[in-house]
Structure formats: structure tokens, C-alpha cells
Write a protein that binds this ligand. Sequence first.
Ligand code: KPL
Length: 300
Amino acid sequence: MTTQQPHWHLLGAGAIGCLYAGHLRSSGCDISLIMREGTSPASLPIITEHGGIRSEQHVPVVTPNSHAPISHLVITTKAYDVSEAVASIAHLLSEDSVVVLLVNGMGLAEQLAADWPHLNIFCGTTTEGAYCLAPQHIQHTGRGKTRIGKQGEKKPPPWFEQWSDAIDTCLWDSDIEAALWSKMAINCIINPLTALHNCANGELSQDPELITQVTTLCGEVCKITRAAGFTAIAAALPQLIAGVIAATANNRSSMLQDVENGRRTEIDYITGFLLQVADQHGIDAPHNRALLKSIKSHQC
Ligand code: KPL
């Protein structure tokens, strides 16, 4: 007996969203993009450029006014758009709809679960690199790892096989909270510093003033990480940060790109979340607090 493959819907057709939609579609998965009301084409081409090779996948489009129920949803919006985006399609979700939240920062799964307790929420994090050349036209800059998991679930659900077949390195992570924390800790240091100093990630290990700032911020993040119970991550954080800076030396961080394009940043879900945890543990983190303030004063 063959089990029926789920139909996925994707909310948030930015660079990472298009990367997943293109990969899932090209491996034969049934997937539709959820676009704003008024989007007229019944399908859109997703163009991916990678290593000089261009591929194109036509993906069906639906809008929040459509009546198609959503059983499996991937969310790749900006962190601050998640609540409103889910609210716009909440009438299409059912009792046990699966939601895969692949969004920067932390705290969103808890917020979603509080607003829509019936959803079956999984979280993910990725080190895939991509940016938009034009709407639904992306440059895939670097292959990375995607980790998906759900707190307390050791084994992946049946649908995960589709993902591991479609996405180059897609792993089930039975400790997804640690993976999300580790990514957030890295983003707390690299993203605001590169956004404020308008530099590529690699500058953070070249410029003496920036090297000092990385060390100071890292000290505060380590303390909070340890207090939050992620002791192994706290111990490895300085090497982890140095490794990511080296591996992504030519990248312009997502926060720098947001600032350059006049978009709101995701700082509230990165440094903002870290500082909430610091407050819960009575830890002072003046350098991260100052960075949060500077980034917020830069954004419209
Ligand atoms: O995740 C990133 C981001 O830019 O958001 C890093 C790892 C810092 C790579 O640029």
C-alpha cells in the first residue's frame, strides 16, 4: 500500500522560501506558494542560480481567499511577519495541520502555539545561503545544512523523508532547541555588528576594534547561554563564532541586507530574545543591550 504524499503550502517566498519550494518541487513534491491577495498567475516560475547553472520550477500559487485546506505548511517569512501571515490563512488550517517554522530567531514557535494551540509545530534552522536577484529569482550562494525537529520527538514523522530526499543536507535533530539557540547566539554577534559597521562577516576577524567587540559580546552571550542550560554550546561558542565568520567571510549578513534595503530587522527575535532570557536570570548584558538600541535607532 502506498501512503499519500502531503500537499505542502509555503508562506514567505523570499530567498530561502524559494530555495525550498524549488527543491521540493523538483524532487516531485506537491507544493503551492501562498501569495498576497490579488496575485493573478495560477503558477509562478522559481528560478535558482547555483554555480553557473540555472534551473526553473513552475510552482502553483494560491491566495488566502482560496478554499483549499492546508494540511502541511512551511513558514519562511521574516520573523516579525509570522503572526500576521498565519492569521491570514488560519481559516484554511485544520485541527492537526503540520507547520514547519523555518524562521530566524527564537520565541516564535511558543507564540504560535499560544495563538493556535491545535497546530502541530516543528522548528527548523538552516545554514543554506541564498539571496534574491528579483522576485522568485534567487542566487543560491552556498550549500548548508537544514535541521528540523520538534521538542521531545526523537524520531522524524513520515513526511520528513520527502524533505531529506529533496533538500541536500536535511537532518532530523532530536535536540532542535539547542540548534536554534546556537544559531541565535551566532546571529546575536555577527548580524548586528556587520549591520552597524556595514561590513562583510569576515571583517569581524580582521579589524582590531571589531575583534574586541566580538570577544566582549561573546562573553555576555556565553553567560546567558550557560544560564539557559546550554552549557556545551556556551563552552564551544567562541570557536563556533570564529568558524562561522571564517566560513561566511564574504557574506553580507541578513541583518546588513535588511538595513541596506530599508527593511525592518529581526533584532527583536535575536538580541531581543537573548536579553529577555538574560533578564529572567538577572544577568547584565550591557553590550548586547547597547547593540539592540543602536540597530533599532537605525531602522525606520
Ligand atoms: O545566519 C546568518 C545571517 O546572515 O543571518 C549568518 C550565519 C551570520 C551568515 O551571514
